[in-house]
Design a protein around this ligand. Structure first.
Ligand SMILES: Nc1ncnc2c1ncn2[C@@H]1O[C@H](COP(=O)(O)OP(=O)(O)O)[C@@H](O)[C@H]1O
Ligand SMILES: Cc1ncc(COP(=O)(O)OP(=O)(O)O)c(N)n1
Length: 274
């Protein structure tokens, strides 16, 4: 069984972070391991507290996984500060971990900061150059590129700017897009290869953890040797099912349904290149 590592924060509410990643790995038939960078007290209503894990412990978690497991793909989520980013980047190089998905988690839906402001430069300088794929949502892509996204052209410009970091590919997710009827995710790589996947926008407030789940699905598929195109399609179908059949848990923005992909038939995605 392929072994996959998530390096991210814990969400006590179970919808995002490490918990979302491990559930997604399980559903996609890969073995999930984890390095926890921060513990959040969080539920569907928001983030109540954030406690960073001491850096010495993060180093030991990385070592414990790296020394024993044959890691086929890695995803990063909430990294919180610059020293954690440096430590994670050093381990990725030390263990020569390939197929790295960097989800540049910055702000939770409720507005809580999950990455210190000064850590953004460290992310661009130390982690993005190692990435197979960076998966910002629209506000994160704007923060990483310094370009405001309001149409296809500015979305492409932002993606091109992010690729200057050295990442092999960038996938700008469309959950925060303006169109009320569909969401569009845009992929661009260093060779100019591009792909857009468009799906219907599901009218629901239960979208907590969509980005974590999507990037975990990408990492799981990469671990199984799937191409970017194949992994992108599976991850998009996985999150579409998970949102469409969400669980109505909690009083706020509820989690998605991580087992929906297994239970329900997949919807067609519109795909095109531009
Ligand atoms: N309401 C929705 N309907 C269908 N797909 C959605 C919806 N909201 C988000 N998605 C999809 O979920 C994935 C995560 O996107 P997004 O919500 O932008 O990330 P994040 O959670 O990091 O903000 C993307 O594939 C996006 O298209
Ligand atoms: C511990 C932790 N990590 C990441 C997030 C953000 O998750 P995301 O998938 O972007 O979902 P929302 O915050 O937009 O619901 C988080 N909340 N907690």
């Amino acid at each position: 069984m392929k072994q996959v590592l998530t390096i991210a924060g814990s969400d006590s509410g179970g919808g995002a972070g490490i918990q979302a990643d491990i559930k997604t790995f399980q559903e996609l038939d890969v073995f999930g391991t984890s390095v926890i960078t921060a513990v959040t007290a969080q539920n569907t209503r928001g983030v109540i507290d954030v406690a960073p894990v001491p850096i010495e412990n993060i180093e030991k978690q990385l070592q414990a996984v790296g020394d024993d497991f044959d890691i086929a793909a890695v995803k990063t989520g909430m990294l919180f500060d610059a020293v954690t980013i440096r430590t994670v980047a050093d381990s990725i190089k030390h263990y020569n971990w390939q197929r790295l998905v960097v989800d540049p988690v910055m702000i939770a839906k409720g507005g809580a900061s999950l990455l210190k402001e000064e850590a953004k430069d460290s992310l661009i300088k130390h982690l993005l150059p190692l990435a197979t794929l960076v998966t910002p949502n629209i506000p994160e892509a704007e923060a990483l590129s310094g370009i405001q996204i309001y149409n296809e052209q500015t979305r492409r410009m932002a993606a091109e700017q992010i690729l200057k970091s050295g990442a092999q590919g960038v996938l700008i997710k469309g959950g925060h897009g303006a169109d009320p009827d569909f969401t569009e995710d845009f992929y661009l790589d260093q060779h100019g290869g591009s792909l857009v996947l468009r799906s219907s926008r599901i009218q629901t407030k239960h979208t907590h953890g969509t980005g974590c789940t999507f990037s975990a699905a990408l990492a799981a598929e990469f671990a199984k040797g799937k191409s970017i195109e194949e992994a992108f399609l599976t991850a998009k179908q996985f999150i579409q099912s998970a949102i469409e059949h969400s669980l109505n848990i909690g009083a706020g923005h509820g989690p998605t349904n991580h087992s929906a992909y297994r239970h329900y038939a997949q919807k067609e995605m519109i795909r095109y290149v531009h």
